[in-house]
Design a protein around this ligand. Structure first.
Ligand SMILES: [Zn+2]
Length: 444
């Protein structure tokens, strides 16, 4: 009889295709056996009784900014990865910017990798940047393991990460296509946003609504259409990050129907917060593209339910509270939301509990699809041979998120005060329990 390292017994096992009661056995960090209804006869060195709980594959957050090295006063790998673990996430993809130096060449990637491997309690992966200065570095970044490249079509807000002009996008996409990788883009039109912002400021209009109107949905649509045309011309695989509206998602849908290799992400905040929250919570809820109105939020849930969206991420983009304070000018203050710890809670509460989104769909959006799109083999689902990454959840437990619950470097988030249904009890990474009932069991 096989001896296993760990057995999770009697849980409701949630995969991309089904929910069924059973046992999971783990050996050497991998799933060695999955038994539905029958039970596993062998013993484990360690056993978890998951009776009444749901066992999800560890979630993948494909879009976070942990800012290490160089800007750890905003966030860091240790605090960022602990927040993820507390939210059921076992893998993350760190964006190339907000860390200094940005991840735009091999040396900078190695520096980030060394720090991340030392400090992370979950599995790290890395995005490389595409900026006007580094087309010659894309191949070395890919050869050294980046999961894809990220470019900004409008200013990033970070001085050492320049946005990609059209020539850079076109040349960069040709190169990325030739090396077999993909490009993710922040798609907003510089021309539209800058002109509208200038007009608002000249008129002294600086409210939350003015800020939102200066970055309209049409600005996203224009940029997405343009970048899709480059994808068609170059054959480069494309991923649109943080679409704020179903109208943007539908542009991607049309392109998919034409055979363009393009996928689209939205984030927890566009599915749970609106312009009203920006007005009430101020800078904590400021991001770009900005939050939209209630009807857009509901329409985005329709897109989620219809399978028009491929990936849900956090776009966790933290900053110290002092940079998030807005008194009366919403054009000032850092745009970026602290949300990594709460994305799964949002999907369980706003999706599963309130809108009947099946649990399997949450797995597809937050685990299976990101693993497939970004080429992580053996991740994103529960099956024999897959990596033993899990989030064990009590779907019946409700809790009000308090500031003190947050593991971020800066304990603020627009979700503080919200009540969530579904609490992560245990997070397991590569067969090892890293988080249990509010505490971390892994020493870094
Ligand atoms: Zn981002």
């Amino acid at each position: 009889m096989t001896n296993y390292d760990l057995i999770i017994r009697n849980g409701h096992i949630v995969t991309s295709e089904s929910v069924a009661k059973g046992d999971i056995a783990i050996k050497d960090g991998k799933i060695a056996e999955v038994s539905i209804n029958e039970g596993i006869g062998a013993k484990g060195a360690n056993e978890i009784n998951a009776e009444g709980l749901h066992v999800f594959p560890g979630l993948i957050d494909s879009h976070v900014h942990f800012n290490e090295p160089g800007r750890t006063e905003w966030e860091g790998v240790e605090t960022g990865s602990k927040s993820l673990a507390a939210g059921g996430v076992t893998n993350y993809f760190d964006m190339p910017l907000n860390s200094t130096p940005p991840t735009i060449n091999k040396e900078n990637l190695e520096l980030k990798r060394k720090l991340s491997e030392e400090k992370s309690v979950v599995n790290p992966n890395y995005w490389g940047g595409l900026v006007p200065e580094n087309i010659d570095n894309l191949k070395e970044l890919y050869d050294n393991g980046v999961i894809g490249f990220k470019a900004f079509m409008s200013p990033s807000g970070i001085e050492d990460f320049h946005h990609a002009d059209d020539e850079t996008l076109y040349k960069g996409m040709k190169e990325i296509a030739s090396i077999g990788s993909l490009l993710a883009v922040h798609a907003e039109s510089t021309v539209i946003c800058e002109q509208l912002a200038m007009k608002k400021l000249q008129e002294g209009k600086t409210s939350a609504r003015d800020f939102v109107e200066s970055r309209p949905i049409i600005s996203e649509i224009e940029a997405v259409r343009r970048i899709i045309s480059y994808a068609e011309a170059t054959g480069c695989k494309l991923h649109i990050v943080h679409a704020s509206s179903r109208k943007v998602v539908q542009v991607v849908e049309e392109a998919k129907r034409r055979g363009v290799d393009v996928t689209v992400e939205t984030c927890g905040h566009y599915l749970s917060l609106t312009v009203k929250d920006l007005e009430e919570k101020g800078g904590l809820a400021k991001c770009a593209p900005p939050l939209r109105d209630e009807d857009e939020l509901e329409d985005l849930w329709v897109a989620v339910a219809n399978g028009e969206i491929d990936v849900i991420s956090s776009d966790h983009s933290p900053a110290p509270a002092s940079m998030k304070t807005i008194t009366d000018n919403y054009f000032e203050g850092w745009g970026g939301i602290s949300g990594a710890q709460s994305t799964f809670n949002i999907m369980l509460t706003e999706g599963y509990a309130k809108r009947n989104l099946p649990l399997e769909k949450i797995v597809v959006l937050m685990a299976t699809n990101p693993a497939k799109i970004f080429g992580l083999s053996n991740k994103g689902d529960i099956a024999v041979g897959y990596d033993a990454d899990f989030a064990i959840v009590n779907l019946n437990e409700s809790f009000r998120l308090e500031k003190e619950d947050l593991f971020y470097r800066h304990q603020h988030s627009p979700y503080v005060g919200m009540t969530f249904k579904g609490k992560v009890k245990t997070t397991i990474v590569n067969g090892e329990i890293v988080y249990e009932n509010g505490y971390f069991t892994k020493n870094i």
